[in-house]
Design a protein around this ligand. Structure first.
Ligand code: ADP
Ligand code: MG
Ligand code: MG
Length: 910
């Protein structure tokens, strides 16, 4: 588009000159108005001032050279097309001045209607409106004065920053004086009076009269739209939605058409399909005798669009025809704004409409059936975040449950529990086995323990980046934030909502997807999509459009993706579930839990061993237990690779906490009991205490320090593999050494492991791979050396992020991440979505240098990023072989891996 040499100086496009692909230059609204114009649809004439003009203005604070003249030329064409002149006292041309950026930013920026009216032309407008039809002349006066008061109100508020409430109050006063609640009851005289009141308000706040010169009105309104790009709320919104800050907005100047000319006029909004369920049909609202913004503002009650058939059959039929045409043209769900002026239909806006997660899948499936798009395109139009939403448990909502409040769905899920107001009480009750909902005005880092203990979190303040929201999402915990109908009183341990009082211990239910809050316990059930993944809903036979669409699109994703998807699973049960969800192996089997429970005692013996014999005895006792664990998993994953990570956390994590032990010893001594054993344990705990355990004696370091520990694990893995293989299944173990930073560490472990494996495996046919995690930055940077000793790499992106940023995850998420998000230091937590520039660069370097040293090196990722949509795309780009994630994320990763393949390899049906 920047190819034409004239573009640089062309700041204004008539609608007929644009098209839908020029969103960057003309904004979404302008590009689509142009598209509709060129389709021959009834769009009022107008023109678009480009985002480039806006950007130039924002840099210099002045309109760029040539803009004023170009606007004048386009106004002149508009006047000619309409047969009216701007400011003509007899028959004025009126225009709207509308913002419209590349991405829709609902409610963020500004529109001014009825520009061009002044004290004289308002009379002309009234005369024109009454026109041939003398009997409506009373109505015509009313219409003209109503339009004028709207102009002063919108202009005052948007262009001159007059507080909007002042106009609202004046309007309320007028209605009160008339004894009505409906502004339709105000007649021409009332509205003339209101115009006077508005002008006084305008003067009071600006120190000047309301501008009478139409071109000045127009220029000021255009400036105001430019400036609204940098309004605080727009800046915040962009940060939250990760919309680039430098796009600028376009400005659309559109000839006014009037829905407020009487009962045969009106205005409405509509969707071409149900944006909630995706069902085909007519969905919309209509308001007779009103101007556009009334519908959205909810000033009066709208009627369902179907009513229009009765009110104005001709316009209704035409509208339906246009909606069908738009869908066929955009090949997607569209939403539209329209106005009817005395029986004549006008299209004022269209765009590809927003929709729920369920509707996204259903509509994509329908459009394939209708032959409008192919399956690649259908896959492109849904995403993993939507699929994840469809997998959260649902409330089973019977009609008796009505929400008492609605906040922001900050972290999805469905949670019920007893209300608590303090972190301490949450911890107490949770320890008794109760499920609790922590209710606060807003949370802060001191609430962290309570948030961990709670089933869900409910706050009355704060948005999607508030502390509560961020921390809850990080923990995967249900959260509703900013439910402002709720009045929380922490000292009295109660909250009030809609006149009802809820005290500590009462049960509430919160839906983190919809943001709705219910009193009492709403029962939950697994979603249909999960039932389908679990195999209990057969997509071929169930009459459920959502399940059928999900099945179809998932199958296509599986056919397209290059990344394999494995799961993180430590038990046979997790492995089995993940397999049903489509996992093709285990990418991370942690062995830590195998040292817990009644096995703790063996670990204590291992740590307290005074000599080799004692230590070997402890290890020998652990061996069969570990072997049994692995056998179960290998059996479950028959034929698929299973990556087992040797023990990673510091050993003292398996011992009792220091304070507790110290108290026990003291009490026992007091009683004169024999405490030799406890004292030894206490001494060991003291000895092993670390200031920074995350950076201490763990992972491969532990294996190199405690003789026989890794050897025992390797033997258990190899023996389990041989047993399973001998029984007729296929075990494919991959032994993974954690926390390696230097090739020498890996070489030492590997030499010992290979000896054991050779001895155990014999001629059983079992093949055991040995590889390493890449989770220390040094490992990533020396990947070429490490690859000499490794058959595979698995990126541990959690640790790589911690060590790459120098963040201790447990400390930072509660302490300051919310602030970093607020400041836009990052748009999303680097633990949630991989930081492409920093941590991602380490991954890229390691992948390239590792493969250069050993071309057959297998590459995977096993951090939580393996199930994050954005990160999956990154891992596809970098060329990894697989991602591994928790069982529940497996379908999300499959879907996103398919999308990544379609997007990079290009199909391209768009
Ligand atoms: P938003 O982006 O907030 O929807 P719009 O620019 O679409 O703002 O305008 C707000 C309202 O004014 C809409 O309902 C729209 O249909 C109406 N409107 C805008 N321009 C005109 C016009 N030229 N004639 C009649 N109504 C208009
Ligand atoms: Mg609009
Ligand atoms: Mg790690």
């Amino acid at each position: 588009m920047a190819k034409q040499e004239t573009v640089e100086h062309k700041y204004v496009y008539a609608f007929a000159e644009g098209n839908k692909d020029l969103k960057e230059l003309l904004g979404g609204k302008g590009a689509n108005l142009a598209e509709m114009t060129n389709l021959g649809l009834p769009v009022p004439p107008g023109f678009t001032i480009t985002t480039e003009a806006c950007k130039a203005y924002l840099v210099t604070g002045e309109e760029p050279d040539g803009l004023a003249d170009q606007i004048a030329a386009h106004v002149a064409s508009l006047e000619q097309a309409m047969g009216k002149r701007l400011g003509d006292p007899e028959d004025p041309l009126l225009v709207s001045v509308r913002s419209g950026a590349k991405f829709s930013m609902p409610g963020m920026m500004e529109t001014v209607l009825n520009v061009g009216l002044n004290d004289r032309s308002v009379q002309g407008l009234a005369r024109q409106a009454s026109g041939a039809d003398a009997q409506t002349s009373g109505g015509a006066d009313r219409f003209a004065w109503d339009s004028y008061r709207r102009l002063i109100q919108m202009f005052g508020k948007t262009v001159c920053e007059v507080p909007g409430e002042e106009f609202e109050h004046a309007l309320d006063d007028a209605k009160r004086a008339k004894g009505t609640h409906d502004d339709l009851d105000l007649d021409a005289d009332d509205l003339r009076g209101l115009v006077d009141a508005y002008k006084k308000i305008f003067f009071k706040h600006t120190g000047r009269e309301f501008p009478q010169e139409p071109r000045e009105q127009l220029d000021l309104a255009i400036r105001a739209v430019f400036e609204s790009w940098n309004a605080e709320r727009a800046v915040l919104y962009r940060r939250q939605e990760r919309i680039p800050a430098d796009l600028g907005t376009a400005v659309n100047v559109v000839a006014m058409v009037f829905g407020n000319l009487g009962p045969d006029s009106g205005t409405g909004v509509a969707f071409t399909r149900d944006p909630a369920s995706g069902a085909q049909g007519i969905y919309g609202d209509y308001l007779a005798n009103a101007q556009g913004e009334d519908v959205v503002a909810g000033i009066r009650n709208t009627v369902p669009l179907q009513e229009l058939e009765r009110l104005d059959k001709k316009s209704y039929d035409e509208l339906l025809g246009i909606m069908a045409r738009l869908e066929g043209h955009y090949k997607d769900l569209c939403d539209i704004e329209f106005t009817i002026e005395r029986g004549k239909l006008w299209m004022l806006q269209t765009r590809v409409g927003k929709r729920t997660a369920a509707a996204a899948f259903v509509i994509a499936g329908q459009l394939v059936d209708e032959g409008l798009i192919d399956l690649d395109e259908a896959l492109h139009r849904v995403n993993g975040a939507q699929l994840a939403q469809l997998m959260f448990p649902r409330f089973r909502l019977d009609h008796e449950f009505q929400p008492v409040a609605k906040g922001i769905g900050a972290s999805p899920g469905a949670a019920s529990g007893k209300v608590v107001f303090t972190s301490a009480r949450a911890v107490e009750l949770a320890a008794e086995g109760e499920s609790v909902i922590l209710v606060r005005r807003e949370t802060n880092p001191d609430d962290l323990n309570g948030m961990i203990a709670a089933q869900g979190i409910l706050t009355s303040r704060g948005g999607k980046t508030s502390h509560a929201a961020v921390v809850a999402r990080g923990m995967g915990k249900t959260c509703v934030s900013g439910a402002d109908e709720i009045e929380v009183n922490v000292p009295q341990r109660r909250f009030v909502v809609g006149g009802q009082t809820v005290v500590e211990g009462d049960v509430v239910s919160i839906d983190g997807t919809t943001g709705k809050v219910y009193l009492g316990e709403v029962p939950v059930m697994p979603s249909e999509v999960v039932q389908y993944f679990e195999g209990s809903l057969d997509p071929e036979h169930v009459d459920n459009p959502l399940v059928r669409a999900v099945h179809r699109i998932m199958s296509h994703a599986d056919g397209r993706r290059r990344l394999a998807v494995r799961t993180n699973a430590d038990t046979g049960a997790d492995a089995a579930r993940a397999r049903r969800f489509g996992a093709e192996g285990i990418g991370l089997c942690r062995t830590e839990h195998m040292f817990l429970g009644d096995r703790r005692e063996l670990v204590e013996r291992l740590i307290l061993a005074r000599d080799n014999t004692e230590r070997e005895a402890a290890l020998a006792a652990l061996l069969p237990l570990q072997r049994a664990d692995f056998e179960e998993i290998f059996r479950e994953m028959d034929g698929m690779p299973v990556t087992v990570r040797l023990i990673d956390p510091p050993l003292h994590e398996f011992l009792p906490p220091l304070e507790q032990l110290a108290v026990n010893v003291a009490v026992a001594q007091e009683r004169g009991e024999d405490v030799a054993q406890e004292e030894a344990l206490l001494a060991a705990v003291r000895r092993m205490h670390e200031e920074n355990p995350m950076l201490g004696l763990r992972g491969v370091r532990l294996g190199l320090v405690i003789p026989g520990l890794f050897a025992m694990q390797v033997r258990a893995i190899a023996e389990a593999a041989v047993t399973v293989t001998r029984s007729g299944a296929v075990a494919r173990p991959e032994i993974m050494v954690p926390l390696v930073g230097a090739v020498q560490e890996l070489e030492t472990v590997r030499a010992e492991a290979e000896k054991i494996i050779a001895e155990v495996v014999g001629d059983s046919g079992v093949e055991v791979l040995i590889g390493t995690m890449i989770e220390v930055p040094r490992a990533a940077l020396t990947a070429g050396q490490i690859a000499e000793a490794a058959q595979f790499f698995s990126f541990g992106t959690n640790d790589l992020t911690q060590m790459g940023w120098g963040f201790s995850r447990d400390d930072v998420e509660g302490a300051f991440f919310w602030r970093y998000l607020e400041l836009g230091i990052f748009g999303i937590s680097p633990f949630e979505s991989i930081d492409r520039d920093g941590v991602g660069r380490l991954v890229r370097i390691a992948a390239e240098e590792g493969r250069a040293a050993r071309p057959e090196l297998k590459l995977g990722v096993c951090g939580e990023h393996g199930g994050d949509p954005e990160s999956v795309h990154f891992f596809h780009e970098v060329g990894l072989d697989y991602v591994s994630c928790s069982p529940f994320r497996v379908p999300v990763a499959r879907l996103e891996a398919g999308r990544a393949a379609v997007e990079t390899d290009g199909s391209d049906s768009r």
